[in-house]
Design a binder for this molecule. Structure first.
Ligand code: ADP
Ligand code: TYD
Length: 209
């Protein structure tokens, strides 16, 4: 049982799966129906977290080691949770996050082979034990995601299809492990259909009643 008045919804998936598109549509729909909702994206979202994002994605630090990557991702998350997510949820404002804890489990766990149980503990520490009310995993084949993405690739995206395939498999395992929280969405469907099924699932779970 959450102590917060606002609802916390997260979106997950490999790079280019279409989650930012869906996040924007959902925020607009919720705000139209007077469920005040804000967007955050990871890594980033606060001054400190954006600085961390810059180190992680935009500098050419190919020699960053896997554990440093995991610590910086969760460091960015701790600041975002403390500064933005918790205060908004306390005030009854809903928060939608474009990536959250499961990205660390899928990318640093599945992608970089760091032991999952460590990352779960690290996430608990970084989030002050906050868990999303629901997580939408937008599933798509890495080849299709790569076709959709522009040529502008960040450091992690440049690691290529093999990494994305490992990350996707890790997500599928998470969906299986955390069945109550996860909703599996077929990312190959049209933008409108996907948006429709997300709204239906939110209704089905009585999130806003
Ligand atoms: P992500 O945030 O997961 O990286 P985006 O939402 O930015 O993905 O989508 C990546 C690209 O694919 C964008 O050009 C977007 O317009 C397009 N796109 C998103 N959803 C779909 C879809 N269901 N079918 C076809 N193209 C899509
Ligand atoms: P971003 O440009 O936000 O990508 P996308 O639009 O696909 O979400 O870049 C975020 C990148 O960081 C993406 O490749 C996933 C990766 N990432 C991790 O590896 N671990 C994490 O914990 C998070 C939040 C993101």
């Amino acid at each position: 049982m959450s102590i917060f008045k606002g609802k916390f919804i997260t979106f997950e998936g490999i790079d280019g799966c279409g989650k930012s598109t869906q996040v924007k549509l959902l925020i607009d729909a919720l705000n139209r129906s007077e469920n005040k909702t804000i967007l955050v994206r990871e890594p980033g979202g606060t001054t400190i977290s954006e600085e961390i994002r810059d180190i992680l994605l935009h500098r050419h630090l190919e020699d960053i080691c896997d554990r440093t990557e995991a610590l910086l991702m969760t460091g960015s998350r701790a600041q975002l949770t403390y500064e933005i997510i918790q205060p908004n949820l306390s005030a009854g404002i809903n928060v939608i996050a474009d990536r959250y804890t499961d990205s660390t489990l899928a990318y640093q766990g599945g992608g970089r082979n760091i032991e999952l149980e460590w990352l779960i503990q690290l996430n608990r520490f970084a989030t002050y034990n906050l868990e999303p009310n629901v997580t939408f995993f937008v599933d798509i084949l890495p080849e299709e995601a790569s076709r959709r993405k522009s040529q502008e690739k960040d450091r992690i995206e440049r690691a290529g299809i093999d990494l994305q395939a490992k990350v996707r498999n890790a997500y599928l395992e998470l969906v299986d492990r955390f069945q109550d929280r996860f909703v599996l969405i077929n990312g190959h469907d049209t933008i409108e259909n996907i948006h429709g099924s997300i709204l239906l699932e939110i209704q089905r779970r009585h999130l806003f009643e």
